[in-house]
Design a binder for this molecule. Structure first.
Ligand SMILES: Nc1nc2c(ncn2[C@@H]2O[C@H](COP(=O)(O)OP(=O)(O)OP(=O)(O)O)[C@@H](O)[C@H]2O)c(=O)[nH]1
Ligand SMILES: [Mg+2]
Length: 295
């Protein structure tokens, strides 16, 4: 039923197909259109990854904090349009910076991705840009791969920044490079702090979380690699992260977002969240945001 309604809507709404430029090379799940060709429960999982976990969650656990941002399919379709390049809406790598004085002066709202080396920051950006596979985002099995702050422009709508990781094999000047950026960047509307869902919150993640709290700017926890472990492990890690967010944070959005860049789980929802935070789309009334996501 869900899928039928969804497919109908997607067929009716213009601009939901992959752009001409990338149609031949984009992954089949890069677009919502591709996602809706799967069986209904798989589509539901891709669009709303928490729904796949809910069945394994004890009845006594309050589901509300996990579904504060719950956009409608229509909103996800609108967000997806921003991730399709066109001659008047170019999506591309812009510049890299090692220090604040190399950071480009840009007016459009910006979001950035931080987290431990190897947590999946670059892979996530690659998945977000999967409708324009010609945009080069480098990922690697070897921790410490991203050495600079890499800026990607999404037309004039917003910028996405891929950061070097902290922890194992991080660039020595991570703190000199990233901390000043987080403190001083005027057009930064949201920081996404990534934690690996298959291994849970680590000491280094708690240090980063404290740093975000000290900076006192809004940030969001993103749980990556949710394909990599069983439901039990993922739920245990998710609930302990939720407890950290509840008890130790005041600037963090209360809902951790779940993603798998390999399987495209949660990518459509994240695109929608970014478009909402940067003011690039207006959410329809049917979308739930129980806690104001743009505080
Ligand atoms: N199973 C699984 N593996 C992933 C996922 N995302 C990333 N990976 C793998 O994790 C490794 C690291 O990914 P990157 O995206 O380069 O990680 P990063 O956070 O950018 O790392 P640094 O640049 O070193 O800070 C790669 O081998 C990816 O293929 C995911 O969603 N699922
Ligand atoms: Mg990287």
């Amino acid at each position: 039923m869900f899928c039928l309604r969804l497919c109908l809507r997607l067929r009716l709404l213009p601009g939901t197909r992959v752009s001409d430029v990338s149609r031949h090379s984009a992954h089949k799940l890069a677009s919502l259109h591709g996602a809706t060709k799967l069986p209904p429960n798989k589509t539901q999982n891709l669009l709303y990854p928490f729904s796949g976990l809910e069945a394994y969650l004890d009845r006594s656990v309050d589901r509300t904090p996990f579904q504060l941002f719950h956009p409608s399919v229509e909103d996800m379709v609108n967000a997806e349009k921003l991730f399709n390049a066109s001659p008047t809406h170019k999506i591309d790598y812009y510049v890299s910076a090692e220090r604040m004085d190399h950071v480009p002066a840009l007016r459009q709202p910006e979001v950035c991705f931080i987290g431990r080396s190897n947590v999946g920051k670059s892979s996530l950006i690659k998945a977000l840009f999967s409708l324009t596979p010609e945009v080069e985002v480098r990922v690697s099995k070897t921790p410490g791969h991203t050495k600079k702050m890499n800026f990607f422009k999404v037309g004039r709508a917003f910028t996405i920044v891929d950061m070097p990781g902290y922890g194992h094999r991080a660039p020595k000047d991570f703190v000199d490079m990233v901390e000043p950026y987080l403190y001083t960047r005027k057009n930064l509307v949201r920081t996404f702090l990534l934690v690996d869902g298959s291994i849970g919150v680590q000491k280094a993640d708690l240090i980063a979380l404290e740093m975000c709290e000290d900076i006192r700017r809004p940030y969001v926890m993103l749980v990556t690699k949710i394909d990599k472990c069983g439901h039990g492990t993922l739920l245990t890690n998710l609930l302990s992260l939720q407890e950290v967010v509840k008890t130790r944070t005041s600037c963090c959005f209360p809902q951790p977002l779940l993603v798998s860049s390999l399987q495209f789980l949660g990518i459509y929802l994240l695109r929608c969240f970014i478009c909402h935070l940067t003011g690039s789309i207006r959410l329809t009334d049917t979308s739930q945001i129980r806690a104001e996501a743009s505080d």
